[in-house]
Design a protein around this ligand. Sequence first.
Ligand code: ADP
Ligand code: MG
Length: 337
Amino acid sequence: MIRIEHLTKTFGDHQDQVHALSDVNLVIEKGDIFGIIGLSGAGKSTLVRCINRLEEPTSGEVYIEDVAMTRLNESELREKRKEIGMIFQHFNLLMNSTVEENIAFPLKLSKYPKDKIQKRVDELLEVVGLTEKRKSYPATLSGGQKQRVGIARALANDPKIILSDEATSALDPITTEAILQLLKEINRQYGITVVVITHEMDVIKKICNKVAVMENGAPVEVGSVLDVFSNPQSQTAKNFLEGELFHISEKTRTEGKSASQSASLLKISFRGDITDEPIIANIMKNYQVEVSILGGNIEEIQAVNLGYLVVKIQGDQQELEQVYQYLSSKSLRWEVL
Ligand SMILES: Nc1ncnc2c1ncn2[C@@H]1O[C@H](COP(=O)(O)OP(=O)(O)O)[C@@H](O)[C@H]1O
Ligand SMILES: [Mg+2]
């Protein structure tokens, strides 16, 4: 378990201080794939770098399995860091070393028994699917292959935690998918806790079970991915979801704003089994209104369907009120756009 308490990080001196983190409190359970999402500059990288003290916190504490990280001395920290692997957007590989040398590097640093290094490198090459490329240099690899080297290197010392800072941000969508699946597999297979930093909701959706949404140096919303996706509270979470997964076109919005007195534009969000119920058909059957569907989407998140529909409903005010009541009686959420 990673427990972050009252963590702050301030860069710079008196004149131009940047408060990168302000009073961050967060618990990441063992075995989580924990997503941290936020806009650029929100403090995500600083936060993960404070976990392994690549960045020294200004105040507050990070506990890993109840060990207070800031209280460790140099050699204790070096030892503890073996439990924490890290992968980066730009891979950070040694360009003049081969794939296998790159993977052996952290083993040498950690004084892994010399005669066992080759065997460990072989295992790691196998895990990330790069056995054929062992003698290649990074420059000859694709982005996805480079990140696989990064992952093998992060796994070398058998970590309990992997910190991933925008690891797929430089990759195309298909390669991103493959790398995300590899991270998920590593989490499942070895029970490694994975902290995933990203600015893309899609990454969160694909592999995370929990998510923290960061704004101005602190989480503004934390919860299961299912809860946050089906009922976002913060404006940042809403923006991310509408921008990427539940997109409502500008045309639809304009139509919503110009909808007349006798018509309203509704966004109906549903989760799980409710999709089996013919809500729209029931509305049309039971009330004197006309319904047109303007947009919609269904996403499967952790085996649960989340979806929304944007509909225009026309009818007199009284009938509309009844439709609202009907919707409210169902376990779904709706709002007038
Ligand atoms: N080494 C540094 N020196 C000064 N300011 C920094 C440093 N690292 C990050 N910052 C500032 O801290 C804030 C948070 O940055 P960062 O953690 O990189 O955000 P994110 O990863 O969410 O984009 C930004 O305003 C950034 O400019
Ligand atoms: Mg960053």
